[in-house]
Design a protein around this ligand. Structure first.
Ligand code: GDP
Ligand code: IMO
Ligand code: MG
Length: 422
């Protein structure tokens, strides 16, 4: 399989978890390189649904090594809960999971600040997951963060945490929020630190030694291209590089060791949280929500839905270097009489064939649509490309061509078997 970076080509929740699970079969190692427990990656195995937040989705397959890389921000208490939850479901999490010493930590003051900043922004809020992701990455960049390596060194951790709680309680007071108790946070984090210590290691060395042995590494992206801190619809983004470059910086595996980039995209568009979504459509949202689909895996919020946006996905191909596409949730469109695909944006008399950087302009963009006939046939039982209706194949070929990469995987349901390889 070689070293593969898998990224979301839209606004997150593209079905990365399912595709990672499918591709893990050929991988030796699965690595998360950015984001935190703002991610929610769903994998369905038989009747059991797993939602992974920090642990790489590869953990669900036997004899695979999973790594949480240096670029991830870890809430250690919730990581312990996630591991315990997996173990309860019969998943082995023992000597198959490694956590970078350099990964930064998320603390309760990050969560509280995330919430307070959102309240202060009022109607201009980002709609974050309130997991403290922005403030944690903020501390990392400000060089005031604590890392896993600090957590597992009790005397050092105590001193650093005491200082951080003191400073952040001052900031929280300015927001009119309650101060945090050093004692409580310390006790909870020390307990989590003791639990996580056996997993903590120098993951850069681990990955490089594996590369020398020709291991196949799969890099599991979280969030999506338009939530990227540099390339997304700033400020309505998350705080990490969700695009393919993040896989290198977030793992220590350099660009010349990467072999291919797979972009995952839905056959339509969704977004959870605030910010522009040019192809948003009540028609498609109502249809999908009525089917019980498109509710957030982390926060349960209904996702906003829209037609497929080829201007956006073409941009994603460019910034990620997408070689191959996995198109998911094709079956979600089965009942439609006609489908729209956005091929350009218009603001007044100005046409845009790329995503404008000014989020105010993007918010005003009206989609220019092409229409495709619907197939009005269930696709969820298709197992080969030729099982799909001709109209479905035409639609998929058209959106891949517009995106500028070739389709190699078509997904017609959440289960492993509902996957077509081309
Ligand atoms: P991720 O964050 O990119 O891993 O995606 P999520 O797990 O948050 O959301 C994707 C949702 O779509 C999950 O509920 C998946 O089980 C589901 N899913 C993935 N692929 C397909 C598909 O082809 N068809 C259907 N019906 N559901 C899918
Ligand atoms: P996966 O990996 C979809 C969104 C939030 C919000 C913005 C910032 O499951 O695709 P944050 O809490 O990161 O500061 O929120 O980013 N967001 C996601 N949307 N899928 C995700 O992850 C997301 N992680 C964050 O809704 O708009
Ligand atoms: Mg998700």
């Amino acid at each position: 399989m070689a070293n593969t970076i898998l990224v979301g080509a839209q606004w997150g929740d593209e079905g990365k978890g399912k595709i990672i699970d499918v591709l893990t079969e050929q991988a030796d190692i699965v690595v998360r390189t950015q984001g935190g427990n703002n991610a929610g990656h769903t994998v369905l195995i038989g009747d059991q649904k797993y939602v992974l937040h920090l642990v790489p989705s590869g953990i669900l397959r036997k004899r695979k090594t999973c790594v949480i890389g240096n670029g991830v921000v870890i809430d250690p208490v919730s990581l312990v809960e996630e591991i315990d939850g997996l173990v309860e479901l019969g998943v082995k999490v023992d000597r198959n999971l490694f956590i970078s010493e350099n990964a930064h930590l998320v603390f309760p003051y990050h969560r509280e600040l995330d919430e307070q900043r959102e309240i202060l922004k009022g109607k201009h809020k980002i709609g974050t997951t309130k997991r403290g992701i922005g403030p944690a990455y903020g501390d990392k960049a400000a060089r005031t963060g604590l890392r896993m390596i600090d957590l597992i060194n009790p005397p050092r951790f105590e001193g650093m945490l005491r200082q951080r709680i003191k400073e952040n309680n001052g900031v929280l007071a300015a927001f009119g929020a309650k101060p945090l108790s050093f004692k409580k946070v310390h006790a909870a984090y020390r307990a989590a630190g003791d639990r996580l210590k056996p997993f903590v290691t120098n993951t850069v060395v681990l990955l490089h030694e594996s590369t020398r042995r020709n291991a196949n590494i799969l890099f599991e992206g979280a969030q999506g291209t338009f939530l990227d801190i540099d390339h997304g619809t700033y400020p309505f983004v998350t705080s990490s590089n969700t695009t393919s470059g993040g896989a290198c910086t977030g793992s220590g595996v350099p660009p010349n060791r990467m072999d291919r980039v797979v972009g995952v995209m839905k056959a339509y568009t969704t977004r959870v949280g605030e910010g522009p979504l040019p192809t948003e459509s009540a028609e498609i949202a109502d249809m999908l929500h009525a089917m019980g689909r498109e509710f957030g895996a982390t926060t349960g919020r209904p996702r906003r839905c829209g037609w497929f946006d080829a201007v956006a996905t073409r941009h994603a191909t460019m910034v990620n270097g997408i070689d191959e596409l996995a198109i998911t949730n094709i079956d979600g469109l089965d009942s439609l009489e006609a489908l729209k695909v956005c091929v350009g944006y218009r603001v007044g008399t100005t046409r845009y064939d790329h995503v404008p950087n000014d989020v105010g302009v993007l918010a005003k963009c009206q989609p220019i649509h092409l229409e495709f006939p619907g197939w009005r046939t269930p696709t969820d039982r298709a197992r080969r490309w030729k099982d799909l209706p001709a109209k479905t194949r035409n639609y998929l070929k058209a959106i891949a061509d517009l995106t500028g990469a070739k389709v190699t995987i078509a997904s017609v349901g959440p289960a492993r078997a509902q996957t077509i390889f081309l």
